[in-house]
Design a binder for this molecule. Sequence first.
Ligand SMILES: [Zn+2]
Length: 99
Amino acid sequence: MRTRMCPTPTTFTVIERLMDPPPMTTVAQLESVLTCPECGHARRELMPTDACQFFYECERCKTVLRPKAGDCCVFCSYGSVKCPPVTARQGCACGNASR
Ligand SMILES: [Zn+2]
């Protein structure tokens, strides 16, 4: 289910140089440490900025985590950092949250 692009270090450097981000920009944190409530296993995950991740499978105990009631994604429920839409503004744009 997880697609992961693995650019070579060389390619990554080139892309980074092309983008040349301004140093003062406040960027939403894109990494969150997900902690499995079943076995306590913590793993750092990259968060998609334009979508919310609704399911997450713990790599150790294979438990499929789902958001708690009122949370829009697994990062909001189990992560050290809430998902980018929530971090950037109030509420989540993904439409998963039940009001
Ligand atoms: Zn687990």
